[in-house]
Design a binder for this molecule. Structure first.
Ligand SMILES: [Zn+2]
Length: 362
């Protein structure tokens, strides 16, 4: 009964109407990640009356989230994000079902978590999760509404490889990138851009859930916005006949947890604080030519290119001293720390802002 007025502003649209609203009510959508992208996706889907919404996230609300994750309040720090989100969304729209799933998506649980939903919305912020979501969705034949932001650039698309000629995410990115994967605080973003991309994703979910001949989802297209200028572009992406995932039969697709840890777990140090660390050892992971131009006095050179080759580490890394790892801007150093940590070195600290920030502070 409450529905008539609640959804009036969208049901008056001929493209939606009563039938479209029925479709939205019947839809099951899984939103993976209740972060910068997931929050606006969830907010607009709940408001639009998507009948069942699952939320997968195992993080707690942290003060650094509040700059862009608009479902959470200062007082909710420390609460499970899925619980805080569920509370908010149920207050917004009590007529729908919200399922809070406080888990991290893994190769083991992905199929099980995703199988009961019609549409998957990807609100994650790292390549490993995006690959896993893609591979599981291709295996299950489900559409993924993709979103991603980095700095001032945002992207969205709909990957639905079981549709004729439609590509999957791996048609665009066949493999995990081998260099630094900016997936955390180091990359930085403006909350409003997450809001823009999350809103685009919510729009795409609604178009998939309530199809109409005039509504064309971003299947086979990558929509990109550069928030520096607000210029937008839409690129065609075609299905790659050699795609490592969607060219296979569903039963041949194997799910794996890609071994790239979240750099959120890597401790970092600011320039001023690092300059006060008298006994710390600085390790420069830039390349030889960059080192030759200039470097921190007393530092050791250990280029990332050498580390990624997997050969012997060219320097002795002292285990009894604080080791601060730096590169040009603080990104390659994160990758270097991941590699060194995998090889048994612990307690390595990333120099925030890298050599650029160091030189500017000199
Ligand atoms: Zn593919």
């Amino acid at each position: 009964m409450t529905n008539v007025n609640r959804y009036n502003r969208q049901t008056v649209l001929p493209e939606i109407g009563a039938e479209g609203q029925e479709n939205l009510t019947r839809a099951n959508v899984l939103v993976i990640g209740a972060g910068g992208l997931g929050c606006p996706v969830l907010q607009y889907l709940a408001a639009a009356g998507i009948g069942t919404i699952g939320i997968v996230d195992n993080d707690d609300v942290d003060v650094t989230n509040l700059q862009r994750q608009t479902l959470f309040t200062t007082a909710q720090q420390g609460q499970k994000k899925v619980d805080a989100a569920k509370n908010y969304l149920e207050a917004l729209n009590p007529d729908i079902e919200i399922r809070a799933i406080p888990e991290r998506l893994t190769a083991d649980n992905a199929l099980n978590l995703m199988k009961d939903y019609d549409i998957i919305a990807d609100g994650t912020d790292n390549f490993s999760a995006k690959f896993l979501i893609n591979d599981a969705a291709v295996k299950l034949g489900k559409p993924v509404v993709y979103g991603s932001i980095l700095g001032f650039e945002g992207q969205s698309s709909v990957f639905w490889a079981s549709q004729k000629d439609a590509p999957c995410y791996r048609c665009l990115h066949p493999k995990m990138p081998s260099g630094y994967v900016p997936n955390c605080a180091e990359a930085g973003t403006i909350g409003a851009l997450a809001g823009i991309i999350g809103s685009v994703q919510a729009m795409e979910v609604i178009k998939l859930a309530a199809p109409h001949e005039t509504l064309k989802p971003l299947t086979g297209k990558l929509w990109v916005i550069d928030a520096h200028t607000m210029e937008t572009n839409s690129y065609s992406i075609s299905k790659n006949p050699e795609c490592p995932v969607c060219s296979k039969k569903p039963e041949e697709i194997k799910l794996e947890d890609e071994n790239i840890s979240s750099c959120a777990a890597i401790p970092s140090i600011g320039i001023a604080e690092s300059k006060n660390k008298q006994d710390a050892i600085f390790i420069d992971v830039r390349e030889q030519n960059e080192w030759d131009e200039d470097h921190i006095e007393g530092a050791l050179l250990c280029p990332l290119s050498v580390l990624t080759e997997g050969t012997e580490i060219p320097i002795e890394i002292p285990s009894d001293k604080t080791c601060i790892i730096y590169c040009r801007s603080g990104k390659r150093s994160l990758k270097a720390i991941e590699i060194l940590t995998e090889r048994g070195h612990s307690g390595l600290i990333n120099l925030s802002g890298g050599f650029i920030a160091w030189s500017q502070a000199a």
